[in-house]
Design a protein. Structure first.
Length: 84
């Protein structure tokens, strides 16, 4: 099975997040500055690179990272609003 292509700037993903610009990148994925169309809020969206997403254990690690980040309550850390 081939990996899904990376979304492009301006794309709307999950029916509610419009990707406005690349805010950062790492070895496993990209972070986009985005707009939550339903809540009318600026958000960050992290998306795994196709090659990384297909590697063994990466999706589970990504889910654990989201769960751990969601437990952090600080005005200095972005709040996790969604995962999946």
């Amino acid at each position: 099975m081939s990996a899904s292509p990376m979304p492009k700037l301006g794309d709307v993903i999950a029916g509610k997040y419009r990707l406005d610009k690349v805010a950062g990148e790492g070895g496993m994925g990209l972070v986009y500055a985005a707009h939550h169309l339903v809540l009318d809020q600026r958000v960050a969206v992290k998306i795994l690179l196709p090659d990384a997403a297909s590697a063994d254990g990466v999706l589970e690690r990504f889910a654990r990272e989201a769960q751990a980040a969601a437990r952090i309550q600080s005005e200095h850390v972005a709040r996790v609003m969604d995962a999946g």
